[in-house]
Write a protein that binds this ligand. Sequence first.
Ligand code: ADP
Length: 287
Amino acid sequence: MLEVRNLGKTYRGGVRALDGIDLSIPPGMFGLLGPNGAGKSTLMRTLAAIQLPDSGSIRFDGIDVLADPVALRRRLGYLPQSFGAYPHASCRTMLRHMAILKGLPDDAQTASRIDQLLELTNLTAHADRPVTTFSGGMRQRWGIAQALLGDPALLILDEPTAGLDPEERMRLYNLLSQLSGERVVLLSTHIVDDIEQLCSAVAVVQGGKVVARGETARLVEELAGRVWESAEPVPARSPARHLSTAYRRGQPVHRCFAVSCPGAGFTPAVPSLEDRYFLELHGARPC
Ligand code: ADP
């Protein structure tokens, strides 16, 4: 269990990136969803003991993370938003190098673990190519392989699907869906689909605060019967709350939240996590 209490961080210049974050995260895949600038990366770096908060506490399985970051790092796998690789080092050599940095012995058991991770991430055929020649999706899969060295109990993935094409994203979803088991996996993203595909529980973050949290399915179910859509925008002075305007085959689809039908032309819509996300970002409560 990962327990975060009242985490605060203000950067020089006055940006309050974390503003009293409280979270209790059990084993499984947990999503942290928020727009750019919400504070996700600051939170991820703080939880990975790379950056110190101004206030608050973090405990993971009995470890006081802020007091003993080394103990946490022994149990942690971290995929940052961006990472470098030596230009000429092969994928396998880089993994061996990372294993040594993580304190694993340079022996046959570690070599066999690296082979397993290459297999898991579908990189066996590319093991002797430099990571710098990989596509975005392959690079992310390599990043996940290095994060899994040492079989971490806590896995932190910061925007793992950013910039991937749909096929690569799907491949990464398949890989990520196999990873949780007994470990806590924390996945930060601004992509609602990442959460819908992978996470049974989620926290929505905005302006350094958690604005909603819970089981993904429940957050969506709470909107049942209250989401409407129309080809026309929500009328002015309507109590309905505009959620989003999207396009379907070139035609606008306006979605809104209202306890009863907001007017002619609106039809009931099946609620989605994206509806809940927009509702929270606009500061409204579903009930
Ligand atoms: P996210 O990952 O959700 O996009 P970040 O944690 O990167 O959010 O940023 C949260 C806020 O803190 C943003 O307003 C960002 O500009 C600011 N910020 C992030 N890092 C720094 C830094 N090193 N110095 C000053 N401000 C920062």
